[in-house]
Write a protein of this length. Structure first.
Ligand code: ATP
Ligand code: MG
Length: 359
């Protein structure tokens, strides 16, 4: 297979962890006989420094003509004093918008070897393997009107929660399609006892479910979902929900595993290239020191192979290599590596050795 990947390292530890993932990608290409070419683009603070813009037009062009995008992270204290619309983070929001990335996928896998890093009991998190599918382009973050006005002589703020049927349908459908690749259960999360948009959400979910007779659909109110994620996270497979609920639940779920350095994500569009990135930020406190945990970015690469290119064997090989390395007790400093903590490069090398051994 031949694919072209846009690589956007970004700021802070972004370039370090992206570099690691590319080494792993080269290894996968070698082992499985694929050809992956990449071209690097600017986004975020580094783009501001070079071009004055967080998202240069060239970067958008590069992404649009690529088959997938691998991103590190954007932002950092250096650019925190810039006005809101000039910030590095605007680059990422702009990219999501220009590529129409409407579905954000966040798998949460609890590694039993890392159970000590979680705040929950080992019995609760062992075996957790769920995926949160969050709608990314609609809902209360974007609905109009959004304004301040005087009501009854008092300053009042208004946000509006809007969802069209087609917006709901495409995200719910994505959830079901993902469930077909997994344990075949979809939990649709809403607040249908209060919100009209949630009642439409539920109706659409029931309709879409008819096209997937082999998949179980359950509806859950968001407050209950927040509780169940902590109480019995193993009862979830695919969780599909709207923008704000997804924002909150995915951060909650990410804490089940205990480390930001482990968690990948993907943002998908209807037919263009998807964006793959770790959920952690630029970690300015450790940037440039060679200490960053590269596993979240390597796992994001695994998602790219699986969801963008349909390369399941290759994706699984990466996932298994990560598992083995952790089982062997290898740790970066964020995973309580202590004195013997591995550097970014050393951890990357361990993953590559595993890939070679199992090839
Ligand atoms: P942002 O604002 O950039 O989205 P954040 O401020 O919420 O991100 P991070 O930049 O991800 O958070 O960092 C939070 C903490 O986690 C920091 O102490 C950082 O060093 C640590 N951290 C984050 N990612 C990693 C990683 N890959 N390896 C090691 N430590 C990490
Ligand atoms: Mg930060």
């Amino acid at each position: 297979m031949e694919k072209k990947i846009a690589v956007l390292p970004g700021d802070g530890i972004g370039p370090e962890v992206v570099q690691s993932a590319l080494k792993v990608l080269d290894q996968i290409a070698d082992i499985f006989g694929h050809r992956f070419t990449y071209e690097t683009g600017l986004i975020g603070g580094c783009a501001i420094d070079e071009t004055g813009e967080p998202l240069p037009a060239e970067t958008i062009e590069l992404c649009k003509k690529s088959d997938a995008i691998l991103l590190g992270a954007v932002g950092g204290p250096k650019w925190d004093t810039l006005p809101g619309d000039k910030r590095p983070e605007k680059g990422l929001l702009g990219l999501r918008k220009s590529l129409q990335l409407f579905a954000n996928l966040r798998p949460v896998t609890a590694f039993s070897s890392l159970a000590e890093a979680s705040t929950l009991k080992k019995e609760v998190i062992e075996g957790v393997d769920l995926m949160i599918v969050r709608e990314l382009t609609g809902g209360i973050y974007f609905g109009e009107p959004r304004k301040r006005k005087e009501i009854n002589g008092e300053e009042t703020a208004i946000d509006t929660l809007v969802y069209s049927k087609s917006e709901i349908e495409r995200i719910i459908r994505k959830g079901f399609e993902l469930a077909e690749l997994r344990s075949k259960k979809v939990t649709s999360v809403d607040k249908a006892n209060v919100l009209e948009s949630s009642r439409l959400w539920r109706e659409v979910a029931n309709e879409v479910a008819k096209d997937f007779p082999n998949i179980e659909l359950e509806h859950m109110l968001v407050d209950n979902a927040a509780m169940q994620l902590i109480r019995s996270p193993k009862s979830f497979d695919v969780v599909v929900t709207e923008n704000m609920f997804g924002d909150i639940l995915s951060d909650e779920a990410s804490m089940l595993t205990g480390s930001l350095g482990m968690l990948p994500s993907a943002s998908l569009s209807a037919d263009g290239p998807g964006l793959y990135e770790p959920i952690h930020g630029t970690a300015p406190d450790i940037a440039g020191k060679g200490l960053a945990n590269p596993l979240a970015t390597i796992a994001s690469l695994s998602m790219m192979l699986k969801y963008e290119f349909g390369l399941e064997k290759e994706a699984d090989a990466i996932q298994e290599a990560i598992d083995s390395v952790l089982l062997q007790g290898e740790r970066t400093s964020d995973l309580a590596g202590g004195e013997k903590a591995l550097s970014t490069d050393e951890m990357t090398e361990k993953v590559i050795v595993q890939l070679k051994e199992k090839a």
